[in-house]
Each structure stands twice: as structure tokens, then as C-alpha cells.
Design a protein around this ligand. Structure first.
Ligand code: HEC
Ligand code: HEC
Ligand code: HEC
Ligand code: HEC
Ligand code: HEC
Ligand code: HEC
Ligand code: HEC
Length: 381
């Protein structure tokens, strides 16, 4: 009747015997709410294009036999953006998180390791609610957020986004971005926020390469975590079996905007943002690099794409991401087509023209991809 953890696994939705009648009523209302939300039709993202392709997948360990890209790729954020909760990094952080939580005054949220299953619990008014955490999102470059999966009354997979996240910037824990600073006292209050099935599908869909779904139910055992080779290059079984004879150069044939929009399936296309929100004053859009980049005079007056500065097979650290080379591809004094810096600067281009911008109160900052001339007050390292 109610949302319960995925029945394909052994863990059961667990309420302690002290549960009160009002809590049961609340649960009943909650389940109606979940069913109601379900009637809205699934929103299909362009990002679903490859996720739902089942056939023709090759073992990605094979790619390294013939391609040097596969030697460096596994260090990138893309490769590591989704992990099972008991993977080494996630496990270590959850153990630290429990110690952190126990030091918080009047906190009743805990995370315990029960024989390798991490269970988050929260107590309010004598009612204890629990959820098992299943996945850790984010490679840790900026942050990591944990989620637990639940099964709703129609058998579809919902998701509980845990209230606490780890942030690289502070090497510590804080409230998950987008969640209220003060927990609602309700059922999920101290545990986090519940997402319905369509939102669950989107959430995992941008962090996984293959997400097997039937009638809203996600087969979690067969998820291919991370944004890996075949998420971008399509299924490659025929390619591998033919020793590379069967090829598909589809990305190379895209025009400038199509190429940016392929990356923007996950990083956000400019059309997905309300026009009124696209302004230099709105720092929230710096999270969505394509939105800013396509406003830049650089982009509009050249063939620039994301690939001009990013090699998807190298981590930013591995490709001298803060070098001069990115800008000098065009703004070189020897390049007659383009001007150099009219303020006379010869280095540190990023600090003035693509500075890091902090995301509100959260300890996360993003580099602003709207390349432009800024007033002194906008400049920062
Ligand atoms: C399927 C979704 C998806 C697609 C398609 C995608 N990205 Fe990403 N990208 C992500 C996610 C998720 C992250 C966050 C990784 C993390 O957890 O640190 C990310 C992170 C990045 C980073 C930070 C790199 C790092 O290693 O920390 C860069 C740069 C990037 N993407 C560029 C691109 C470019 C360029 C393309 C197109 C060629 C692209 N992305 C396509 C989902 C995607
Ligand atoms: C439309 C695609 C999309 C959806 C949906 C999505 N993400 Fe992401 N997520 C991204 C991309 C792209 C990045 C990389 C952002 C960057 O580094 O600029 C990212 C980064 C992250 C990070 C790393 C921290 C950060 O800000 O870089 C976490 C944690 C995360 N996402 C969690 C979630 C959770 C939890 C959900 C669902 C409730 C979710 N994401 C839904 C695309 C998506
Ligand atoms: C985030 C998306 C993304 C991921 C993940 C990714 N690639 Fe690529 N790859 C690209 C793009 C974009 C290009 C350039 C396309 C072009 O110009 O034709 C490319 C180009 C290539 C090329 C052709 C290079 C050339 O000479 O044109 C090979 C080979 C390749 N990738 C292999 C891999 C392998 C192997 C993996 C996994 C280990 C991988 N890629 C992961 C996006 C990705
Ligand atoms: C037995 C060798 C072999 C294996 C294994 C192999 N490839 Fe290739 N691949 C080639 C050859 C040969 C080419 C053509 C020459 C080139 O572009 O490097 C190629 C080209 C490519 C290209 C560019 C052309 C295109 O079709 O898009 C991509 C992308 C690519 N391979 C991806 C992969 C991925 C991903 C894997 C692992 C799932 C993989 N390859 C495994 C031999 C191989
Ligand atoms: C003119 C060069 C340039 C172009 C074009 C460019 N980027 Fe970046 N990008 C950078 C630099 C520099 C960084 C910072 C890397 C670092 O801090 O190590 C960065 C960082 C990122 C990050 C990590 C988030 C952060 O702020 O640290 C993501 C994600 C990203 N870019 C995605 C994209 C996407 C998607 C596109 C295409 C829409 C794109 N970039 C186009 C230069 C560029
Ligand atoms: C692919 C080519 C290309 C690359 C790479 C590039 N730009 Fe540009 N940029 C242009 C073009 C074209 C213009 C329009 C004026 C011109 O022709 O020089 C421009 C204009 C500008 C302007 C003037 C913007 C305004 O508000 O009027 C600035 C500032 C700038 N670029 C900085 C940079 C910096 C910093 C980098 C590296 C992060 C960079 N560009 C990388 C092509 C590029
Ligand atoms: C200390 C801050 C700072 C640094 C560092 C810096 N710039 Fe600038 N840049 C400016 C300012 C301010 C202007 C506008 C000057 C003016 O009013 O003409 C400008 C203007 C420009 C323009 C526009 C030129 C035109 O004629 O429209 C380009 C292109 C540019 N910079 C590129 C670069 C590149 C490439 C680098 C790195 C080699 C760089 N800048 C480093 C502050 C900086």
C-alpha cells in the first residue's frame, strides 16, 4: 500500500513497533500523494536516447585493446559519477558521516552499517523511519549525494534523496543542495526528499549509461553506472566483433550547435532555461555550462564547441585545463582573425573572463562559461 524499498532486494521498509496511528494516517496520505503524482505522464528527456538501448553493448574493458582513450578515461568525473553505496569511497564517507551526525546537537538522524547495508534512520515523536541508501551520486570533484530507492504502490521505483551530502570544498558534510535548511518534521523530514518515478528516472539517467526500466521499475542490478564510452558512442558490440570495421562517426558530422547540445543533454541546453533567467546577473546558470557558453561572443563568432577546450577522455587535471592554450587557439597575436586582450594581459585569462562563481550558500563553485568582458567587481580568481 505504501512506498516500500525495492522488493527485488531483501531489505524491508522497517517501522518500529512504537508507530502511532497518526503516523499511519500520514503514510496513507503520502501513498495517495505518490499515486496521484504518478498519473502525470513520464517526461522523456533526450538523455533517454541511449539509456534504453539494450542490445549491442560491448564489454568496455575491450576498448583498451585498441584505443588509448580508454587508458585515461576511467579517472574522469564522468566515469565515476555513480557508485554503489558500498564502493570504497562512499563507504568511508558514510562512516565519517555517522560520527559527524552524532556530534550535532538534538540530531536524530543516523547512518549505520548493517552487514554491508547502509541504513539511514530518523526519529521524530517516537516514530522511527528508516531507508536503505543504495547509490552515491557525484565523483567527489564537487560533492557526493546518497540516495535510497523505494517501490511505490504501482511497482515503480521512487527515490529518496538523502538530506546530507559531502562537499569537496570543505572536506565535510552539509545539507544536500536544494533541500530546506530546516527539516520538515514529517515522515521523511530528517531523511531527505522523496522523488516520484519520472524524476527518479531522470536523476539516475544523467549519471548512468544504461538504465533498464520496465513500467517505471528500475532493474538496479543491471544499471551501468557512470557516463562511459557507450553512453556517448552508442552500443559497440558490432564494432568490437569486427575489429573496428563497423564504425559510426556520427558525432564528427554534427554541426556546432548539435555538438554542444549532445553534451547539453545532461549539462542543460539553453532552450531549457527560461529566457528571463539568462542574464549575467543570474549566477545560478553557471552550473549549466552550455547555457552560458552559447551567449558568448567567442561562441557566436567561431565554430567553438565544448570539445574546443575539453577532451572527454581526460580529467581536467590531466589536460592542463587552466593553461593558456584554450584561449590562444583563437586569441593569439599571430592569429590575424582575432584580437588579443585589449587590457594588455598575457596570462590568467580565466580569472577575469571565466571566473569561478559560488552557488549561493552551498560550498560549491562553478567556472562561468559565459566568456565576456567583466566589470572589476565581477572578477575573482
Ligand atoms: C549522460 C550525461 C552526460 C553527458 C552526455 C555529458 N556529461 Fe559531462 N558530466 C555529466 C555528469 C553527471 C558530470 C559530473 C561528474 C562528477 O560527478 O564529477 C559531468 C562532468 C563533466 C565535466 C567535469 C569533468 C570532471 O572530470 O570533473 C566536464 C568537463 C564535462 N562533464 C564535459 C562534458 C562534455 C564536453 C560533454 C560532451 C562531449 C559531456 N560532458 C557530456 C554528465 C554528462
Ligand atoms: C539533466 C541531467 C541531470 C539530472 C536529472 C541530475 N543530474 Fe546530477 N549532475 C548532472 C551534471 C551534468 C552534473 C555535473 C555538474 C557540473 O559539474 O557542472 C551533475 C552533478 C551532480 C553531483 C556532483 C556535484 C555537482 O554539483 O557537481 C551530484 C551529487 C548530483 N549531480 C546528484 C544528482 C541527484 C541526486 C539527482 C537527482 C535527484 C541528479 N543529480 C539529477 C546532470 C544531472
Ligand atoms: C562524454 C562523452 C564521451 C565519453 C564518455 C567517451 N567519449 Fe570518446 N569521444 C567523444 C567525442 C565527443 C569525441 C570526438 C568525436 C569526433 O570528433 O568525431 C570522441 C572521440 C573518440 C574516438 C575517436 C577519436 C578520433 O580519432 O576521432 C575514440 C576512439 C573514442 N572516442 C573512444 C572512446 C572510448 C574507448 C571511451 C571510453 C573509455 C570513450 N571514447 C568515452 C565523447 C566521449
Ligand atoms: C579490435 C580493436 C578495437 C576494439 C576492441 C575497439 N575498437 Fe574502436 N576502433 C577500432 C578501429 C580500427 C577504429 C578506426 C580507426 C580509428 O579511428 O582509430 C576504431 C574507431 C573507433 C571510434 C571512432 C569511429 C567511430 O566509429 O565512431 C570510436 C568512437 C571507437 N572506435 C570506440 C570504441 C569503443 C567505445 C570500444 C569499446 C567498447 C572500441 N572502440 C573497441 C578498433 C577497435
Ligand atoms: C574556452 C574553453 C572552454 C569551453 C569552450 C568549455 N569549457 Fe568547460 N571548462 C573550461 C575550464 C578552463 C574549466 C575549469 C577546469 C578546472 O577548474 O580545472 C571548465 C570546467 C568545466 C566543468 C567542471 C565544472 C567546474 O566549473 O569546475 C564542466 C562540467 C564543463 N566545463 C563543461 C563544459 C561544457 C558542457 C562545455 C560546452 C557547452 C564546455 N565546458 C565548454 C573551459 C571551457
Ligand atoms: C574558437 C575560437 C575562440 C576561442 C577558443 C576563444 N575565443 Fe574569445 N572570441 C572569439 C571570437 C571570434 C570573438 C569575437 C571577437 C573576435 O573576433 O576576436 C571572441 C571574443 C572574446 C572576448 C570579447 C567579448 C566581449 O564581451 O566583447 C573576450 C573577452 C574573449 N573572447 C576571451 C576569451 C578567452 C578568455 C578565451 C579562453 C578562455 C577565449 N576567448 C577563447 C573566439 C574564441
Ligand atoms: C586582470 C584581468 C584580465 C586578464 C587576466 C585578461 N583580461 Fe582580457 N580583458 C580584460 C578587460 C578589463 C578587458 C576590456 C578592456 C577594454 O575595455 O577594452 C579585456 C578584453 C579582452 C578581449 C576583447 C578584445 C577586444 O578588442 O574586444 C579579449 C579577446 C581578451 N580580453 C582576451 C584575453 C585573453 C586571451 C587573456 C589571457 C591571455 C586575457 N584576456 C586576460 C581583463 C583581463
Amino acid at each position: 500500500m505504501t512506498s516500500s524499498p525495492d522488493s527485488t532486494d531483501t531489505f524491508r521498509w522497517n517501522l518500529t513497533s512504537s508507530i502511532s496511528k497518526s503516523a499511519l494516517l500520514f503514510l496513507a496520505i503520502l501513498s495517495l500523494f505518490v499515486v496521484f503524482r504518478f498519473n502525470t505522464s513520464d517526461v522523456i528527456l533526450p538523455a533517454d536516447r541511449l539509456q534504453t538501448l539494450n542490445s549491442g553493448w560491448a564489454d568496455e574493458k575491450r576498448c583498451a585493446d585498441c584505443h588509448e582513450q580508454a587508458e585515461t578515461f576511467w579517472e574522469t568525473g564522468h566515469a565515476n559519477t555513480l557508485q554503489r553505496v558500498d564502493d570504497v569511497d562512499s563507504k568511508e564517507l558514510l562512516e565519517k558521516l555517522d560520527i559527524f551526525l552524532s556530534d550535532q546537537p538534538s540530531n536524530t538522524t543516523k547512518v549505520k552499517n548493517h552487514d554491508g547495508q547502509f541504513v539511514a534512520s530518523y526519529e521524530h515523536d517516537g516514530v522511527e523511519s528508516q531507508v536503505r541508501l543504495d547509490w552515491c551520486l557525484g565523483s567527489g570533484t564537487h560533492a557526493r549525494t546518497w540516495v535510497g530507492t523505494l517501490m511505490d504502490s504501482r511497482g515503480a521505483t521512487d527515490l529518496l534523496e538523502f538530506r546530507w551530502s559531502w562537499y569537496h570544498g570543505i572536506d565535510g558534510f552539509d545539507i544536500t543542495p536544494g533541500q530546506p535548511l530546516k527539516a520538515d518534521p514529517g515522515y521523511f523530514g530528517g531523511l531527505g526528499v522523496l522523488f516520484d518515478a519520472p524524476k527518479t528516472r531522470k536523476c539516475l539517467g544523467c549519471h548512468a549509461s544504461y538504465l533498464p526500466i520496465k513500467d517505471g521499475h528500475i532493474d538496479q542490478h543491471h544499471i551501468k553506472p557512470g557516463v562511459t564510452c557507450q553512453r556517448c558512442h552508442g552500443p559497440r558490440k558490432a564494432h568490437v566483433e569486427s575489429d573496428g570495421d563497423v564504425r559510426d562517426y556520427s558525432w564528427r558530422n554534427l554541426d556546432q550547435m548539435e555538438s554542444v547540445n549532445r553534451c547539453a543533454e545532461c549539462h542543460r541546453r539553453a532552450e531549457e532555461q527560461k529566457p528571463s533567467e539568462i542574464s549575467p546577473q543570474n549566477s545560478a546558470i553557471t552550473r549549466f555550462q552550455p547555457v552560458g557558453l552559447v551567449q558568448s561572443p567567442c561562441f557566436k563568432n567561431s565554430k567553438m564547441t565544448c570539445l574546443t577546450c575539453h577532451d572527454p577522455h581526460l580529467s581536467p587535471q590531466a589536460q592542463d585545463s587552466m593553461g593558456l592554450w584554450q584561449c590562444l587557439q583563437c586569441h593569439d597575436e599571430l592569429n590575424e582573425l582575432h584580437t588579443g586582450c585589449s587590457a594588455g594581459h598575457l596570462d590568467q585569462c580565466f580569472s577575469c573572463h571565466m571566473p569561478k562563481v559560488k552557488m549561493g550558500e552551498s560550498p560549491v563553485a562553478f567556472r562561468d562559461h559565459w566568456i565576456r568582458i567583466r566589470r572589476q567587481s565581477e572578477q575573482q580568481p
